[in-house]
Design a protein around this ligand. Structure first.
Ligand code: FMN
Length: 167
């Protein structure tokens, strides 16, 4: 067994394949805020709860701590570019994105495989991250294959299935 030293520990955690989400909210000034997050997961069906975690070093941390809610977009397989755009630190993440505000003002992206609109129920300390638990107010799904992230890279399940003649 190994001690959880940084590089190898990250690689070991990367053995767990995840989907990819972009999670949006608004800043205290009302500006749109968004980050790419693969830490999203389901928690509870009744009440309907989901969670994700954000690095305490993230520039957008204060917005998520204060806004009271967020929108989770599960990305479709063809949204690698959006994933990369929201993973880059900076203020221009929404450039070229035709987003609309939900009734609470949080951005809704035009494309996604699923959308969960959440109100923040709990915030927990999680080492160098903060864990947000959201209660799902409403959700929507679309018939699209999803983007998958595994061992530090996107997995294109569609082209793999095509190559295998299964699509
Ligand atoms: C596929 C992928 C998944 C990511 N998942 C997370 C995550 O779950 N939590 C997190 O804090 N950062 C995650 N990141 C990194 C953030 O998206 C990145 O640090 C972003 O710039 C943070 O935005 P901010 O600095 O504007 O707050 C992920 C990046 C990628 C490419």
């Amino acid at each position: 067994m190994s001690q959880p030293a940084t590089r190898e520990f990250r690689d070991a955690l990367g053995k767990f394949a995840t989907g990819v989400t972009v999670i949006t909210t608004t800043s205290e000034k009302g500006e749109p805020v968004g980050v790419t997050a693969s830490s999203f997961n389901s928690v509870s069906l009744d009440p309907p709860l989901v969670l994700w975690s954000l690095a305490k070093s993230a520039a957008s941390m204060r917005a998520y701590e204060k806004s009271g809610g967020f929108n989770v977009h599960i990305l479709a397989a063809d949204q690698e570019a959006i994933s990369n755009q929201f993973a880059r630190p900076g203020d221009d993440k929404f450039r070229g994105v035709d987003w609309k505000p939900c009734d609470r003002g949080y951005p809704i992206l035009p494309e996604y495989a699923a959308l969960f609109r959440c109100e923040t129920q709990y915030q927990y300390e999680g080492g160098d991250h903060l864990i947000f638990v959201g209660k799902v107010i409403e959700y929507e799904t679309r018939n699209a294959p999803v983007l998958v992230f595994h061992q530090g890279a996107y997995v294109d399940i569609r082209s793999r299935k095509k190559a295998e003649g299964k699509l």
